[in-house]
Design a protein around this ligand. Structure first.
Ligand code: UDP
Length: 359
């Protein structure tokens, strides 16, 4: 039986890997070894996802976190290489754009092990973002590039990927499968709407955690100014990322919006289902808003998910409090068709078959 090693480390990767791991387990054609780098380690940023989504327990947990980018990526590279030498897999699967992604891809490639990159071809064209650096480099050394959108394919073509020895496929967005599969279960299991006493369609779901926002107090304060003004009209609920919380605490910044600890995926899906709209600088949440038929205010200067903005499902507001307020008002009046097929379907199965085809 062929063997693959899957590398995960951060919250969005657990969600994406859950989809493919389930298919791999159901089909019994490949053996999967799961490596958790430990990049996210708090129980509500890691363990809860494995429990709720029934992701197999990682065979290896490297416990690498709270280090600078260089030390973290370097240590991951070293430890993943040791595992790959021992396990001798036929292929390594990496997801998204974190330090765990590039470390996994690099370790595999140097050992001449095939690499499949799920969520390939995305570009923000902001090379200062650590995520952009990770995804460009990972794409370049991957053998199978599973692109979520046509735009992602075009990005790769523009960078000359047609000249490289790799397979590029338009698989669609694997997070769509996750939303579809887990939403029903979440409706039965999560009680968060009742627990927080939230009125459906009367509250706004917000998350802020990107380095470009948390590293700049000016940006952070402006985004929170926008959120505070929305909060006067609709309760803003923010599951707060540990990094953002640390910065607010350190600078003694106090706000009236409703802060809650990071929540599990089931609670998140319920919050998405019942909110009025989403304000976020997260990549994944922008699409999850769309899958839940919700508009999204993007608190960044650009997005990799340009289809959402082109079709008016999302607005780029950066850290401009005025734009954030305006977008909130404008979105109350819009009535859009969320059935547009922007991100594919049956994505996990497509990726699974592509992986089988190159093993
Ligand atoms: N998420 C979650 N609980 C939270 C915040 C986010 O389950 O408290 C989920 C969210 O629904 C999405 C993923 O985590 O599926 C997004 O992760 P994040 O924003 O950390 O990363 P990004 O998508 O920006 O890479």
């Amino acid at each position: 039986m062929k063997k693959i090693v899957t590398i995960v480390g951060a919250r969005p990767q657990f969600i994406k890997a859950a989809v493919l791991s389930r298919i791999i387990a159901d089909n019994k054609e490949i053996k999967e070894i799961l490596v958790h780098t430990g990049q996210h380690f708090d129980a509500n940023m890691s363990a809860i996802f494995f429990d709720e989504m029934q992701i197999p327990k990682p065979t290896y947990n490297l416990g690498i976190n709270t280090l600078g980018h260089g030390a973290m990526t370097g240590l991951m590279l070293q430890k993943i290489e040791e595992i790959l030498i021992k396990e001798k897999p036929d292929l390594v699967v990496v997801y998204g754009d974190t330090n765990s992604t590039i470390a996994g891809a690099l370790a595999a490639k140097k050992l001449h092990i095939k690499v499949a990159h799920v969520e390939a071809g995305l570009r923000s064209f902001n090379i200062k973002m650590p995520e952009e650096i990770n995804r460009i480099l990972t794409d370049r050394i991957s053998d199978l590039l599973c692109c979520p959108t046509e735009n992602a394919i075009k990005n790769l073509e523009q960078e000359g990927f047609n000249n490289f020895n790799c397979k590029i496929v338009q698989s669609g967005d694997i997070m769509k499968d996750a939303v579809e599969f887990y939403s029903k279960i979440a409706s039965n299991k999560s009680t968060i709407i009742l627990d927080l006493n939230l009125e459906p369609n009367k509250f706004v779901l917000a998350t802020i955690h990107r380095q470009e926002n948390t590293d700049s107090l000016e940006n952070l304060k402006a985004i929170f100014k926008g959120l505070e003004s929305i909060n006067k009209k609709a309760k803003v609920v923010m599951p707060i990322h540990p990094r953002t919380k640390a910065i607010l605490d350190k600078n003694n910044l106090k706000y009236t919006i409703t802060f809650i600890n990071p929540v599990g995926y089931f609670d998140m899906l319920q919050l998405l289902k019942h909110c009025n709209l989403v304000v976020t600088d997260s990549g994944g949440l922008q699409k999850e808003a769309f899958y839940n038929k919700k508009m999204c205010i993007i608190a960044r200067e650009e997005t990799e998910w340009v289809e959402l903005v082109e079709n008016n499902f999302a607005a780029i507001c950066g850290s401009n409090s005025g734009k954030i307020e305006q977008a909130f008002e404008a979105f109350q009046k819009l009535n859009l068709d969320f059935e547009k097929p922007l991100f594919g379907n049956n994505v996990g199965m497509k990726i699974y078959n592509e992986i089988l085809s190159i093993l």
